[in-house]
Design a protein around this ligand. Structure first.
Ligand code: GLA
Length: 347
């Protein structure tokens, strides 16, 4: 197992960005940069052991700075949308930045995906990793409290990529951290993801309005195109979902803080399998609907509609405005923790 560190260029203000490469001895290799705590590449062996990069992104820092739909980013302080960027907490109404029409999305104009994280390598028995830290200041994007965050990425010899999140605050604040990789298990840029076969361990999803804001209703997936309780190609019923999939699924085992199976994806041509386990109660399944061929990514690949899917483990969107959703408020003295494990195999 190995950890390598190199430079990945500089921000316009001269800040140096570091790139960490983690490898295990089974052919799994992930590259993570300090800008946005971003997963830049994720090489996974196929059924014959041949490695392929399974996530979308750019070859160099420049692309990430110019036009980045959250490729591989850490998302925060609050993943997904908060209606009108507004919520009331302990009698005070807070106004967050609006960056998605009238709503707040993925932490605002300068969310955690655009922060420069401090990195240090992590070594343990059978694991290599990188620990990233970021202090989100009181008032940043409108949020209350200084939020001190760490995200630890580790690779194991069982072909797992673990993402472990922690945060503490000095004022009550909503927190909902996630990771925004766009996957294609056939290989990044190798066509669309409609043939990737997905199982989502969810019997319900949160219903949304036109602006993708939850109405508060939790609907059963049964008998609808949202039903992935048995494995199904992503494309099988996508035409029946207006705009494509962009929904928060309510995980069967989720929310009790125990690591539970949320997802299994199988890609028939490569034989790659990815399982996702999480302690979170929800997962946003987004089928890359807004990709439209205007981005040229790694290796000159043009990313068309549905060229990647995201599976963002999370608390439900807009939870601060829905008392019936699992709570997302972190208070001084408490610790936010969240763990997601991606396990890779071939068949
Ligand atoms: C999330 C959202 C989508 C979209 C993408 C980023 O998955 O749910 O609506 O904003 O992020 O493009």
């Amino acid at each position: 197992m190995d950890i390598q560190k190199e430079s990945f260029g500089k921000l316009p203000d001269g800040t140096g960005i570091e790139l960490y490469t983690l490898t295990n001895s089974k052919g799994l290799k992930v590259r993570i940069m300090t800008y946005g705590g971003t997963i830049v590449s994720l090489e996974v062996p196929d059924r014959n052991g041949k490695p392929g990069d399974t996530v979308l992104g750019y070859d160099s820092l420049d692309g990430y700075l110019k036009n980045n739909p959250y490729f591989g980013s850490i998302v925060g302080r609050y993943g997904n949308r908060i209606a009108k960027g507004k919520f009331t907490l302990d009698g005070i109404t807070y106004q967050l930045a609006k960056n998605d029409g009238e709503n707040h999305l993925h932490g605002g104009i300068k969310g955690f995906d655009k922060a420069v994280w401090t990195a240090e390598p992590v070594r343990g028995e059978g694991v290599v990793g990188v620990k990233l830290s970021y202090l989100s200041k009181d008032g940043e994007e409108g949020y209350p409290g200084n939020l001190s965050c760490t995200v630890i990425y580790t690779l194991t010899e069982e072909n797992e990529l673990k993402i472990s999140y922690e945060a503490t605050t000095d004022k009550a604040t909503p927190v909902n951290l996630t990771s925004h990789s766009y996957f294609n298990l056939a290989g990044q840029g190798e066509g669309d993801i409609l043939g990737n076969v997905l199982m989502l361990n969810a019997e319900a999803y949160t219903h949304v309005d036109k602006g993708l804001i939850p109405t508060g209703e939790i609907l059963p997936v049964k008998g609808s195109p949202m039903d992935f309780t048995s494995p199904k190609a992503i494309g099988a019923q996508i035409a029946e979902v207006k705009g494509g999939y962009d929904h928060n699924f309510v995980l069967r085992g989720g929310g009790a803080g125990k690591l539970e199976l949320a997802v299994q994806v199988y890609e028939p041509t490569s034989g790659r399998v990815m399982e996702i386990y999480t302690t979170e109660p929800g997962i946003q399944f987004y089928s890359g609907n807004f990709l439209d061929g205007t981005i040229t990514g790694k290796g000159g690949k043009v990313y068309q509609k549905h060229y990647g899917f995201c599976l963002e483990t999370q608390h439900f969107p807009d939870s601060p405005n829905h008392p019936n959703f699992p709570p997302t408020i972190l208070r001084p003295g408490e610790k936010y923790t969240s763990l997601t494990v991606h396990k890779f195999s071939g068949k």
